[in-house]
Design a protein around this ligand. Structure first.
Ligand SMILES: Cc1cc2nc3c(=O)[nH]c(=O)nc-3n(C[C@H](O)[C@H](O)[C@H](O)COP(=O)(O)OP(=O)(O)OC[C@H]3O[C@@H](n4cnc5c(N)ncnc54)[C@H](O)[C@@H]3O)c2cc1C
Length: 467
């Protein structure tokens, strides 16, 4: 689809809406808004302008102007995305929500928070904790990403096994729709059957169906007792195969994370620290919550039995801060090894995860891939990072990565899986989305987009193309 350039006249109109200081056209200052956390420059695109909104009314007025002037609006949170969702691939403006960063309410009695989209996830977690409460959303990027971005991508993370992904934390959202109207979707209710569930449609739509300008989120009482266990396995498939057995035993862990040994070594090198049991095998990190110390002890005994019976060489009580620092350093450690890396975010049913891991390792051998693997194992979500081989040309490496993708995705769909568990499709996986998604399902998605955004103004060129 062809768009108009953002003309001088349009820039003046944008300044009239958000104020002169909130419209940026200096290339040096716009550069950080030309990419997200995908480091390959082939995926970077400069915006024509970066616009900073401070209110929902400003967001709505900008979207109405974009419809009139026919230029794209790309909403942006913190830019920690891994799918180029916030990158202006079709031109137009980046609309940053970073200045809308207030926590408006924490309600201790009714257990909810009302926040603007630019609130950092860890700031909400901390604000809840200060009141003895708990916000369950916990992506590994929580110290940098924003709640609006989490909602737009339906971010997962570590605690999804027990508490679900971001969509499960949301009561209601205020959204600017693609026509520039402010709408309130969802409600602070435990249930409702009142027409289409539009809030859940917007969640995970990656900024293509609406711009989130406020959210009412669920809070919980802070869990009083928790324990982190580290099970170490020589065998990769046995490690990941334990997950289903833990769940079958009636234990609902808060988190189950997997890291293979070479990844543990990479993180160790990056942090310049020796990690527990790092010479002994692959990690399965299991966090459980309990109602008392005795309850935790009982769960630890059961976990010990299950892990030992399934091939664990040892089960250690982990230092909470250290083990999570190590897990959360995964992406940074990989980046320190290579800036050229293909990040897969595949997801399968939890019971199929050992099969998937086996297949990933087979393909890695076949295509001579240098891999680093960590997994939200409790959710069936494997992060396969493929680093460029030092001795290969980019073209040769890229060809092998693409061949690997074809076989990997075919297998994943056979297992009943999908190509992204939490990072989203964005621009980067769009061609694979179009190739591997059921055509009827894709047509329904396109019909929804066309109906809600007839001018294709909101984040065009993401998830799929509109002919
Ligand atoms: C080190 C690292 C670890 C990570 N770990 C995890 C993890 O554990 N789990 C996980 O799910 N992801 C993870 N991610 C990916 C990323 O952090 C998440 O996708 C996050 O939700 C993106 O939030 P953001 O504010 O940075 O959004 P951005 O990157 O700015 O945008 C992401 C998408 O959301 C849209 N968007 C942003 N704000 C809004 C809004 N207010 N309204 C409408 N659309 C909007 C954008 O257009 C874009 O399509 C990780 C990334 C890194 C770099």
């Amino acid at each position: 689809m062809k768009y108009e350039k953002v003309s001088t006249e349009m820039l003046e109109k944008l300044k009239a809406i958000v104020g002169t200081k909130n419209v940026q056209t200096d290339p040096d200052l716009m550069q950080p808004y030309s990419h997200d956390e995908v480091t390959d420059p082939a995926y970077h695109h400069m915006p024509e302008a970066v616009v900073f909104a401070e209110t929902a009314e400003q967001v709505a007025a900008v979207v109405r102007l974009a419809n009139a002037g026919h230029f794209p609006v790309v909403p942006r949170g913190a830019g920690t995305g891994l799918a180029c969702g916030a990158v202006p691939t079709c031109g137009g403006i980046v609309l940053s929500l970073e200045k809308m960063n207030r926590i408006l309410e924490i309600n201790e009695n009714a257990l909810y928070a009302v926040v603007e989209p630019g609130v950092r996830t860890s700031d909400l977690q901390q604000a809840a904790e200060n009141k003895g409460l708990f916000y369950a959303g916990d992506p590994c990027s929580g110290d940098s990403c924003f709640i609006g971005g989490n909602i737009a991508t339906n971010a997962g993370g570590n605690r999804a096994v027990k508490y679900g992904t971001t969509r499960h934390q949301v009561y209601a959202i205020e959204v600017v729709n693609p026509k520039g109207h402010i709408v309130h979707l969802g409600a602070r209710l435990q249930k409702q059957s009142t027409g289409y569930c539009l809030d859940q449609l917007i969640i995970g739509s990656e900024g293509t169906l609406g711009i989130v300008t406020q959210a009412t989120l669920k809070l919980l009482p802070k869990p009083l007792y928790s324990l982190d266990l580290l099970a170490i396995f020589n065998d990769t498939e046995q490690a990941i195969g334990v997950v289903n057995k833990i769940i079958k035993a009636g234990i609902t862990p808060t988190c189950v994370e997997y890291m293979d040994n070479i990844t543990i070594k990479s993180v160790e090198h990056y942090l310049n620290e020796t990690l527990q049991g790092s010479d002994c095998g692959n990690y399965l990190i299991v966090e459980v919550e309990g109602t008392s110390e005795d309850d935790l002890d009982e769960k630890a005994v059961t976990l010990d039995e299950i892990c030992t019976a399934n091939g664990a060489s040892s089960l250690l009580v982990a230092d909470h801060n250290k083990i999570w620092q190590a897990r959360k350093a995964f992406a940074e450690a990989v980046r320190a090894e290579s800036l050229i890396v293909c990040k897969e975010d595949v997801v399968v049913p939890v019971d199929k995860e050992p099969q998937l891991l086996h297949y990933i390792l087979q393909l890695a051998q076949k295509y001579r891939l240098v891999t680093r693997i960590a997994s939200h194992a409790g959710d069936g979500n494997i992060h396969l990072n493929i680093l460029k081989n030092e001795d290969a040309t980019y073209e040769d490496w890229d060809m092998r990565v693409k061949q690997n993708q074809q076989e990997l995705y075919t297998f994943i769909y056979q297992l009943g899986g999908r190509l992204s568990g939490e990072h989203g499709i964005g621009y980067k996986r769009k061609h694979l989305m179009e190739e591997f998604t059921d055509p009827d399902e894709l047509e329904m998605m396109r019909d929804i987009k066309k109906a809600l955004d007839p001018n294709n103004i909101l984040n065009p060129g993401k998830i799929f193309n509109i002919e």
